[in-house]
Design a binder for this molecule. Structure first.
Ligand code: CMP
Length: 138
């Protein structure tokens, strides 16, 4: 048993038909899928999820975008899950992401950047609890 991280496959990657390819990379890199669902966030949910960015200039755009279409949310388990998953997804801006990372392969831009990944163990727990009840985790 490792620790956990939380991810979302964002609306543009879902719309582009990249759910399967991204999940294949996630599993292929040793992450176990503990919980998984496709859901469309309300503006209110997206605003609460990204509340930490409330004062940032891109907050409104981020909330509008993340509630614009369905996303895929997942809890992932692996040793060193948070750090290893951030390495797998690459830099926030795909122009700066390393070759072979999920964002390099699938992201369109800094805001439409294909996937979210938790930035700390504490936030992974908060974000996982935001999306999944105990009965949805296996
Ligand atoms: P994510 O990992 O989901 O966490 C916060 C998100 O804010 C980030 O990915 C980006 O999609 C988005 N973001 C960060 N910086 C900017 C920016 N300068 N302009 C637009 N969106 C941004």
């Amino acid at each position: 048993m490792g620790n956990i991280t939380f991810t979302m496959i964002k609306p543009e990657a879902v719309a582009a038909g990249n759910i399967g390819a991204i999940l294949k990379m996630i599993e292929g890199n040793g992450f176990r899928i503990v919980a998984l669902k496709k859901v469309q966030l309300t503006k209110n949910m997206a605003g609460t999820f990204y509340e930490v960015h409330k004062e940032r200039p891109f907050y409104g755009e981020l909330v509008d975008y993340m509630s614009s279409g369905p996303i895929v949310a997942a809890i992932l388990e692996k040793e060193n899950a948070v750090v290893d998953f951030r390495a797998l997804i690459g830099a926030t801006d795909p122009a700066e992401a390393e070759d072979g990372t999920i964002r390099k392969l699938f992201a369109e831009s800094k805001s439409k950047n294909a996937v979210h990944g938790s930035d700390s163990d504490e936030n992974a727990q908060i974000e996982a609890d935001f999306h999944f009840s105990a009965g949805e985790r296996f």
